[in-house]
Ligand binder design. Sequence first.
Ligand SMILES: *[C@@H]1O[C@H](CO)[C@@H](O)[C@H](O)[C@H]1NC(C)=O
Ligand SMILES: *[C@@H]1O[C@H](CO)[C@@H](O)[C@H](O)[C@H]1NC(C)=O
Ligand SMILES: *[C@@H]1O[C@H](CO)[C@@H](O)[C@H](O)[C@H]1NC(C)=O
Ligand SMILES: *[C@@H]1O[C@H](CO)[C@@H](O)[C@H](O)[C@H]1NC(C)=O
Length: 146
Amino acid sequence: MAVATMAPAIAEAQQGLLGDLLGLISINGTVFCTVNGNIGVNGTATPVFPNAKVQLQCGAGNVVASATTNGSGQFSIALNPLLNLLSTLLSNCSLVVKTPLSTCNANLPSVGGLISSLKFVQTTLVGLLNIAEIIPASFQFLPVLN
Ligand SMILES: *[C@@H]1O[C@H](CO)[C@@H](O)[C@H](O)[C@H]1NC(C)=O
Ligand SMILES: *[C@@H]1O[C@H](CO)[C@@H](O)[C@H](O)[C@H]1NC(C)=O
Ligand SMILES: *[C@@H]1O[C@H](CO)[C@@H](O)[C@H](O)[C@H]1NC(C)=O
Ligand SMILES: *[C@@H]1O[C@H](CO)[C@@H](O)[C@H](O)[C@H]1NC(C)=O
């Protein structure tokens, strides 16, 4: 009967859909307007870097995703864990800020940019969604960027 043969197909379709929706890799962080892009000695009073373009680069400079920091210097990149292995992200990808630091402070370099490796924080369950949280380990200034 048609009904009997349809049921497994629906179950399969739902499983595929749920598989896509149930996991998320979230990379977020703040870029500061300092010589190295990190928070300074003045803590939360450290100026931030708004409108900075942040790229997620993997392997030999492949741009996998990108985001722009908002008025609070914060950016956020969401990835599908089915297409992006957490272990590969952590071992072979970096966050790269190509917008020159001089954009947020004319006394900072107008060439080069910032780079950081990725750091896994934790996995949190939000409803049915399993979110793997990743942040920049620590930015550093590079005079020449790929
Ligand atoms: C990044 O996400 C975590 C967890 O959702 C949150 O606590 C943190 O404030 C966020 N940081 C930024 C800079 O958005
Ligand atoms: C920290 O704040 C003080 C007082 O506003 C300021 O003079 C100093 O330059 C700041 N230091 C940095 C590294 O921003
Ligand atoms: C990491 O990147 C290098 C350079 O592109 C590549 O040769 C290597 O296969 C990558 N490793 C993984 C685990 O993706
Ligand atoms: C920047 O994004 C963060 C995280 O989404 C949000 O909490 C903050 O209010 C935003 N700031 C501005 C100025 O939009």
